[in-house]
Design a protein around this ligand. Structure first.
Ligand code: CA
Length: 233
């Protein structure tokens, strides 16, 4: 894994700075948000490796942020909250948080919990190596061979279309932002890439549909695209 990217969601500037500095020193990249709206925006546009989330946010309760993010992402969420009641912890964990740290917290403990979470992420990646074959209903992608089939028939894709399909498949079920996709496909996220993305997405869809498509690529207007899982249909 490259330098992990951590999203810090905290409305209290001193605590936000404390965490930012600690992450800087220990070689993590980080983004920050001071409210729920910022948290959801940053999480959806940057797909961070881990989300550190305060619950007492000015615009929306952190538990609601967990629920919203869980509707489209499995990113690990570690809650850092002053709420120390068992009930609060249970509510956050049931909503989909992976871990819970009570304020005041020790930075060393936070770093240790980040390491545990990253270890788990790395294990999960090793168990699902990218060289494997991806299957979603009638769609099959053989990453090692670099080809895709629909109902057993090879799809004739251009290199960009193939790359695009792989990015959607690797994140199957999740909404991916235009920025995220263009960065994965072209390595940059210029405005003209977003325009190209629309064109390539249209041709890719046509090829998927012409072979009796049960794999849908949904458009999320103003956000991006999502490949549905066969079971969602
Ligand atoms: Ca707070």
């Amino acid at each position: 894994m490259n330098k992990p990217l951590i999203l810090i969601v905290e409305d209290d500037p001193p605590i936000r700075n404390l965490i930012s500095v600690a992450l800087d020193i220990h070689g993590y990249r980080h983004l920050t948000a001071a409210d729920a709206a910022g948290a959801i925006l940053e999480a959806s546009s940057h797909n961070p490796d881990i989300l550190l989330l305060d619950l007492g946010l000015p615009d929306l309760d952190g538990v609601e942020v967990i629920r919203k993010i869980r509707s489209w992402s499995n990113m690990p969420i570690i809650v850092i909250s002053a709420r120390s009641d068992d009930r609060d912890k249970i509510e956050a964990l049931d909503a989909g948080a992976d871990d819970y740290l009570t304020k005041p917290f020790s930075v060393d403990e936070l770093l240790a919990r980040l390491r545990v979470t990253l270890r788990r992420l790395n294990q999960a990646q090793q168990e699902n190596p990218e060289t494997a074959v991806f299957v979603n209903g009638p769609l099959k992608i053989d990453y090692a061979a670099g080809c895709a089939c629909m109902n057993g028939e090879e799809l004739h894709l251009t290199p960009i279309e193939y790359k695009l399909l792989c990015v959607l498949a690797r994140n199957c079920g999740k909404v991916l932002t235009h920025k995220y996709i263009t960065r994965q496909v072209w390595g940059t996220a210029w405005e003209n890439n977003v325009a190209s993305l629309r064109v390539f997405m249209a041709t890719l869809r046509k090829k998927l549909e012409s072979s009796g498509n049960q794999v849908e690529i949904q458009t999320h207007v103003g956000i991006g695209y999502r490949m549905t899982k066969g079971a969602d249909m």
